[in-house]
Design a protein around this ligand. Structure first.
Ligand SMILES: Cc1cc2nc3c(=O)[nH]c(=O)nc-3n(C[C@H](O)[C@H](O)[C@H](O)COP(=O)(O)O)c2cc1C
Length: 225
């Protein structure tokens, strides 16, 4: 009799232990499933709607410019008008910047400079650039800026364009001028780089460059930057 009672107690304890074990496993399993579900939701958030911003529209951007400080018809400029615009573009697009620096600078009076510029244009000259040219291989977009000199880019900008192949990239002209707007710069860029995507350029009167940041940003937004 005593033996039977002992067997019964052992059997009851074994069943209770088995049931408790099953329940514990179930608890762990559902906890694990919940954790996995949470992880999957987090993953789909980072690879789905919260994915990194689209870098493809501007990629890596370079702002190239030539600008002449000093004696201009509208005063003695501490900073050239085109540089002011170049800096606004750089600030907005977080681009790298490259200034075209001529070997023979244009530091004469305004009249001397216009004479020199006219001569270079008539001779279709390619004045030498002093600083090393940029490696443009990693850039998707290149802005090219300059003042309008006799209706077009100064010839030193043409030196840059001859030396640096921007075919296959997005190229965007910008200028400052007294009244000629973009002059023929857009056409010059298209002709130079037939395989480039040339977007609508920006121009502002040089004397209004300092106050043109809003205009520059509006234009950049319009063309997708
Ligand atoms: C040599 C020279 C030629 C110029 N030719 C023109 C021109 O044909 N049309 C125009 O609207 N402005 C002309 N300008 C005015 C400049 O384009 C204008 O002042 C520009 O904002 C200067 O830019 P920068 O300070 O970056 O050099 C000329 C200026 C110079 C010095």
């Amino acid at each position: 009799m005593k033996k039977r009672i002992t067997i019964l107690i052992v059997a009851v304890v074994a069943v209770v232990a088995l049931v408790a074990g099953i329940e514990m496993y179930r608890g762990h399993a559902s906890e694990r499933n919940n954790t996995m579900a949470t992880r999957q939701t987090q993953q789909s958030k980072t690879t789905g709607s919260d994915k990194a911003p689209d870098q493809t529209k501007s990629g890596k951007t370079l702002v190239v410019y030539f600008s002449r400080k000093g004696a201009n018809f509208d005063g003695n400029l501490k900073v050239g008008h085109t540089k002011v615009v170049a800096d606004f573009i750089q600030k907005h697009t977080k681009a790298d910047e490259y200034e075209i620096v001529p070997v023979q600078d244009y530091s004469g009076t305004y009249d001397e400079t216009t004479d020199q510029a006219k001569k270079e244009q008539q001779e279709n000259a390619r004045p030498k650039i002093k600083n090393p040219l940029p490696d443009v291989s990693s850039y998707d977009t290149v802005f090219i800026g300059g003042p309008i000199w006799w209706g077009e880019y100064p010839m030193i900008v043409r030196t840059f364009m001859d030396a640096v192949d921007l075919n296959g990239k997005t190229v965007i002209p910008f200028t400052t001028a007294a009244g000629s707007g973009l002059g023929n710069t857009q056409e010059a860029v298209r002709k130079q780089y037939p395989q480039a995507k040339v977007l609508d350029g920006f121009t502002v009167e040089g004397t209004k460059a300092d106050g043109a940041e809003g205009q520059v940003n509006d234009w950049l937004a319009k063309i997708g930057y």
